[in-house]
Design a protein around this ligand. Structure first.
Ligand code: 5GP
Ligand code: MN
Length: 320
């Protein structure tokens, strides 16, 4: 991966997944800053959500590309390059040049010209840190901080079961290089008023299913309008639902009218990934998602079916 980036003389376009999170943005910023430090020409197109803008320096992220510069190498981060619908920032289906991939999703098909896919890493930024080491770029606070952002957000502040001794070793290394963890945490905790007003709406839709093992909520644009909120305000609600005592699955459904996006978080032997895959999506065992191109009621029937199948699989394979 490092050799591929090092040897490429033309522009390097760095992309991540749609609806970017801290790990997607952190990976893009960390790698872009490192590549620029060794004289590479980097283009990083992304629509950065409002709550993450604090970490972006003026000019380093650009609007989505409408055409490919000549002699481009594409580096796709925190998403499978074989899933071009999920890759944002440029239309990968119209690109025929070399593609490098760094990802930590187990569902990755592992077809790229160069790449590292490692599902044992709780954040893609951990792999990016290794690539930066292999490139021999001198570490700076500006490179370490966005990589720490990815670690922070994808591990739930170092709280998930996915955290390994190596995760803390990586965090220690980034911290030693000056990563501003206190500043990141403080900035990420700030929520706009619309977040709370929309939460009030969303809690009105809360359902406890399967004897409380499943907690489900729904949000649509009418609720958004009433709260003066945006879809972005919804992102962290699923993390709140998973805190319900006795629950093993949190389901947050964004109802866009003609399609729905479902976010899944699981624990206690239940696989969010199995449910997401059954619905045509993907992700990790404890956190996964899918988009269904149908109305809420139609999609809801499929979601309920996939949830039922996974719960019976989980209870069959886990002795009570
Ligand atoms: P979220 O629910 O936060 O959108 O996503 C949780 C995890 O599932 C993330 O790792 C994300 O990459 C993955 N994911 C979410 N939606 C999809 C999807 O439609 N397809 C695939 N392959 N992965 C998804
Ligand atoms: Mn990630």
């Amino acid at each position: 991966m490092a050799a591929c980036l090092q040897n490429h003389q033309g522009p390097i376009v760095v992309l991540a997944h749609e609806n970017p999170d801290g790990d997607a943005l952190g990976s893009v910023l960390g790698l872009s800053r490192a590549l620029r430090a060794i004289g590479k020409s980097v283009i990083a197109p992304m629509e950065v959500p409002h709550y993450l803008r604090f970490v972006v320096e003026p000019g380093e992220i650009v609007a989505p590309l409408s055409e490919w510069p000549a002699d481009t190498l594409v580096a796709v981060l925190d998403v499978d390059n074989n899933d071009p619908v999920r890759v944002a920032g440029a239309d990968l289906t119209t690109f025929s040049g070399p593609v490098a991939n760094v990802d930590h999703h187990g569902t990755n098909l592992r077809r790229a010209d160069a790449g590292v896919v490692d599902p044992s890493r709780p954040a893609a930024t951990m792999i990016v840190a290794d690539v930066i080491d292999a490139l021999g770029v001198p570490w700076t606070e500006a490179i370490a901080t966005p990589l720490m952002l990815g670690l922070n957000t994808d591990t739930g502040n170092f709280a998930f079961e996915s955290v390994t001794p190596e995760t803390f070793e990586c965090a220690a290394r980034l911290r030693a290089h000056g990563a501003r963890i206190g500043w990141l945490t403080e900035q990420l905790r700030q929520k706009p008023r619309s977040y709370f007003l929309l939460l009030q709406e969303v809690l009105g839709t809360l359902e406890f299913l399967w004897d409380g093992q499943v907690v489900l909520a729904r949000v649509d644009d009418v609720m958004l309008a009433r709260a003066g909120a945006s879809w972005e305000d919804v992102e962290s609600y699923v993390g709140l639902l998973r805190n319900a005592e006795g629950s093993r699955l949190a389901v947050m459904i964004k109802d866009f009218g003609d399609r729905v996006k479902v976010s899944l978080r699981s624990s206690g032997g239940v696989s969010a990934q199995n449910i997401a895959v059954a619905l045509g999506g993907g992700g990790h065992v404890p956190a996964a998602g899918a988009t269904l191109s149908e109305s809420y009621s139609e999609a809801r029937r499929k979601i309920d079916q996939a949830v039922a199948a996974e719960l019976s699989r989980a209870s069959a394979s886990t002795p009570a």
